[in-house]
Design a binder for this molecule. Structure first.
Ligand SMILES: *[C@@H]1O[C@H](CO)[C@@H](O)[C@H](O)[C@H]1NC(C)=O
Ligand SMILES: *[C@@H]1O[C@H](CO)[C@@H](O)[C@H](O)[C@H]1NC(C)=O
Ligand SMILES: *[C@@H]1O[C@H](CO)[C@@H](O)[C@H](O)[C@H]1NC(C)=O
Length: 539
């Protein structure tokens, strides 16, 4: 009986979130990143809201890879040619070396001025500036895709509306601090720190490494925050009655992040302003594949392999010997292979089992029942899609967080990873055959997939529910953790500890003093009695 009541409530709730509309709000998405994979996640959030009937305006640096939608207006503010050249060079450079966490950090700092200036140029591009300087429509809400551009929160202040942050993965420390998530390095793994499957806590060695990586991130955050404040003042110097940078950070309504802790783990302490939308970019329902591709996949009786190194890296920029190894191995497998390759005029070969394409619907390919393996660079998005569809992986990480993602994926038992720069033909072939042949990988990722999909609200429903929640209440500041309004001394309870220490010291001194007094009295009394006794004896 109780079960039925519960289910009844759930259905009523779901129906209400699906049918009750707050009458199509005007929503602005500001996504100035130069990473196409970030734009994919942000656009998935926007699409959920557009399908719902909201009027979406998006500003980005590049045309999003999303079919045109009647409720989404995309405004492009392209980077300058110089900046474009830099982005291209940077991507080509990082794809041919294997930076460690430390190198990535150092690079991020050294090249940050270029990235930061790029974001600033984006925000002050006439196409973007027009929107917040001379708004033609009244916006009800702003989404900001976060990546070293926190000062762009000022756009929401200009438009006098609430703001939601959108992030593509597990929150980094500087996002945690915006909403007040506890990021304790003794049990919360930071970027690129992975636990083994079934391992519940970090041992001493791992905690040691985790602490140092965390500390570096904190230093990085402090420097970045200082820079963000400078940009904020540069951008909004002439504004009157405008919140300062730190006040503006406290006006964030929610943080949407692309992560599902119950299945991806470990559980991290988060506040009600942190909303998990893990897998938002994964389509809940696959679309039909392009005809040619559908035919190729349907006829893959031995199963099919999907090989893609993502949108940031172009397989053409790889060293020829790497491509050679990949082609030799993939062309001799009995499975059919779908290979994402940019330059279709210059293919690595003409093997009949390989289908080359430069635009491939990754999601729909992974959803196909014949797809048995995904060879990936282990970008967060691709890994999530494979996890959603239960497809085992061979990861060839290239840069950034991919190494960490690949290690976590391997430790979780979803597949294996290889170093793309040093792997041999034999190693690649062995690894592919192992992951295809051993059923353990498919079973493990299948179990994960079941857990991943089991939630009270799907990722899209969460986006809709919480966005409309912010619209209904004109913000969600009542969900804020007190932490973000608390200063350093109070946050660490230093004043309370100080008083406790002082009182304890006073108490100890007093007790000592009293004890000595009592002792003295007692000794004095004792010696008096002795003296009296002696006196009596002498008499
Ligand atoms: C666009 O929004 C309208 C309501 O404003 C809605 O009726 C329509 O279904 C939406 N379009 C799509 C493609 O979802
Ligand atoms: C929807 O947004 C577009 C682009 O920003 C705007 O031109 C249009 O007037 C808006 N529609 C409504 C009904 O507000
Ligand atoms: C593949 O076939 C095309 C056309 O038949 C030919 O021009 C090309 O050289 C072939 N490529 C390779 C690598 O064999």
């Amino acid at each position: 009986m109780i079960e039925y009541t519960k289910i009844g409530f759930l259905i009523a709730f779901l129906l209400s979130t699906m049918t009750q509309s707050s009458g199509g709000a005007n929503i602005l998405g500001v996504f100035g990143t130069h990473s196409p994979s970030h734009v994919i996640v942000h656009m998935a959030v926007m699409k959920a809201l557009a399908d719902r009937g909201h009027n979406i305006t998006v500003v980005t640096q590049m045309k999003p890879k999303l079919a045109t939608h009647e409720n989404i207006t995309v405004i492009i503010a392209p980077p300058t040619e110089e900046r474009q050249r830099y982005i291209k060079e940077y991507m080509a450079e990082v794809s041919n070396e294997k930076p460690s966490f430390w190198e990535t950090m150092v690079k991020a700092i050294v090249q940050s001025s270029n990235q930061l200036e790029g974001q600033y140029e984006f925000m002050t591009h006439p196409n973007v500036k027009e929107i917040y300087e001379n708004p033609k429509i009244k916006f009800d809400l702003v989404f900001l895709g976060l990546m070293a551009n926190t000062y762009q929160l000022g756009i929401a202040a200009k438009l006098k509306c609430p703001v939601i942050i959108s992030w593509v993965g597990i929150p980094l420390p500087f996002m945690d601090t915006i909403v007040g998530n506890v990021n304790d390095p003794s049990y919360v793994p930071t970027v690129n720190v992975a636990l083994n499957a079934g391992q519940k806590t970090m041992d001493f060695g791992l905690r040691f490494v985790n602490f140092f990586k965390y500390a570096i991130m904190c230093v990085f955050e402090t420097v970045l925050d200082y820079k963000m404040n400078q940009f904020y003042e540069r951008a909004f110097a002439n504004e009157l009655e405008f919140p300062n940078y730190h006040e503006m950070k406290r006006r964030v309504s929610l943080l949407f992040y692309n992560y599902h802790s119950a299945s991806e783990g470990p559980i991290r302490p988060t506040v009600p302003q942190s909303i998990e939308i893990g897998g938002i970019q994964v389509k809940e329902q696959a679309d039909p594949l392009p005809k040619e591709l559908a035919k190729f996949l349907d006829k893959a009786d031995e199963g099919a392999i999907f090989f893609s190194l993502g949108t940031n890296v172009n397989t053409n920029t790889f060293r020829p010997d790497t491509v050679d190894i990949l082609y030799k191995v993939l062309s001799k497998l009995p499975q059919r292979v779908i290979w994402k390759w940019e330059d279709l005029k210059n293919k690595p070969g003409n093997a009949s089992n390989i289908f080359f394409g430069n635009w491939l619907p990754q999601d729909d390919i992974l959803a196909h029942p014949n797809t048995k393996l995904f060879i990936t660079h282990a970008g967060k998005g691709g890994v999530a899609e494979a996890q959603y569809h239960g497809v085992p992986m061979v990861a060839l990480p290239i840069f950034g967080d991919q190494q960490g993602n690949a290690e976590i994926m391997t430790k979780s038992g979803f597949g294996r990873w290889l170093d793309i720069l040093t792997m041999t033909e034999h190693e690649l072939e062995q690894t592919i055959r192992e992951v295809l042949g051993n059923p353990a990988y498919r079973e493990t990722i299948g179990k994960f997939s079941t857990l991943y999909r089991d939630r009270p609200l799907t990722a899209r429903q969460s986006v809709i529910y919480w966005t409309e929640y912010v619209l209904r209440h004109q913000g969600a500041l009542h969900l804020q953790s007190p932490l973000i309004h608390t200063k350093f001394v109070a946050r660490n309870n230093l004043d309370v500890y100080g008083v406790v220490l002082l009182v304890s010291l006073l108490l100890i001194v007093t007790i000592k003093f009293l004890f000595r007094k009592i002792l003295n009295v007692a000794i004095g009394y004792g010696s008096q009695r002795k003296a009296v006794a002696n006196k009596l004896k002498n008499n």
